[in-house]
Design a protein around this ligand. Structure first.
Ligand SMILES: [Mg+2]
Length: 172
C-alpha cells in the first residue's frame, strides 16, 4: 500500500508553530523568505510534530510512505528536514504551488497498488479525487486545531488523529 501524507496540520502542529514564531497572520507561501529565516533562527521545528507522528511513521514502515506537501519548496523542505522525519518517508514530493492531485496524477499514472491520501485540506482532497479517482482520500481533522477555514463535509471519511487513521488503514 502507498500512503500519501500531508505535513502541515496533519503531522505537524502548524497552528502552534506559527503562533510561537509570530507568524500567525503571515502566509508562508507568499512570504517564504521571511518564514525560512525564522525557521533557521529558531532551529527546533521537531518540537511541533504532533505526539503521534513519529510512532505512526515508524509503525507503518512496511508501506510506502510518501510525504506530499504544498507551499514554497525551499521552505517546506527545510521545515520537514528540521522536524527530523524526512528519512522516515520512502519518498517526498514538494508540490510548490501546484495542487497535489495535479502532480500525483503524473507520477502515479499506472500504480497498481492501493493508494491512500491523508490531508486536512478539503480542497486538496477534492482535487486529488478529481485527478486520481482511484486514490482513497481521508481527511485529518485534529480536535485541538482551530483551522482557518474549516469546512463541514461528508465526502471523505474523517479521522482526528493518527491512531484513528491507523485503525482505518487496517480495514483496507
Ligand atoms: Mg495540511
Amino acid at each position: 500500500m502507498r500512503i500519501l501524507l500531508d505535513f502541515d496540520w496533519t503531522l505537524f502542529n502548524t497552528e502552534q508553530y506559527k503562533k510561537e514564531m509570530g507568524l500567525e497572520n503571515i502566509s508562508c507561501v507568499e512570504h517564504s523568505n521571511r518564514c525560512l529565516k525564522i525557521l533557521k533562527e529558531h532551529g527546533k521545528a521537531g518540537m511541533f510534530l504532533f505526539p503521534d507522528t513519529v510512532d505512526f511513521l515508524k509503525n507503518h514502515s512496511q508501506h510506502r510512505l510518501i510525504l506530499v506537501t504544498f507551499g514554497d519548496k525551499k521552505y517546506q523542505k527545510a521545515k520537514v528536514q528540521q522536524s527530523g522525519i524526512l528519512n522516515l518517508f520512502s519518498e517526498s514530493i514538494f508540490t510548490g504551488t501546484e495542487m497535489k492531485g495535479d502532480i500525483i496524477k503524473r507520477i502515479f499514472k499506472h500504480a497498481e497498488e492501493k493508494i491512500i491520501f491523508l490531508d486536512d485540506d478539503f480542497a486538496q482532497l477534492q482535487n486529488m479525487k478529481k485527478q486520481c479517482p482511484h486514490i482513497v482520500g481521508i481527511r485529518m481533522r485534529r480536535k485541538e486545531m482551530k483551522y482557518g477555514s474549516d469546512i463541514k463535509q461528508t465526502e471523505f471519511p474523517e479521522v482526528s488523529n493518527l491512531n484513528e487513521f491507523a485503525q482505518l488503514l487496517a480495514s483496507f
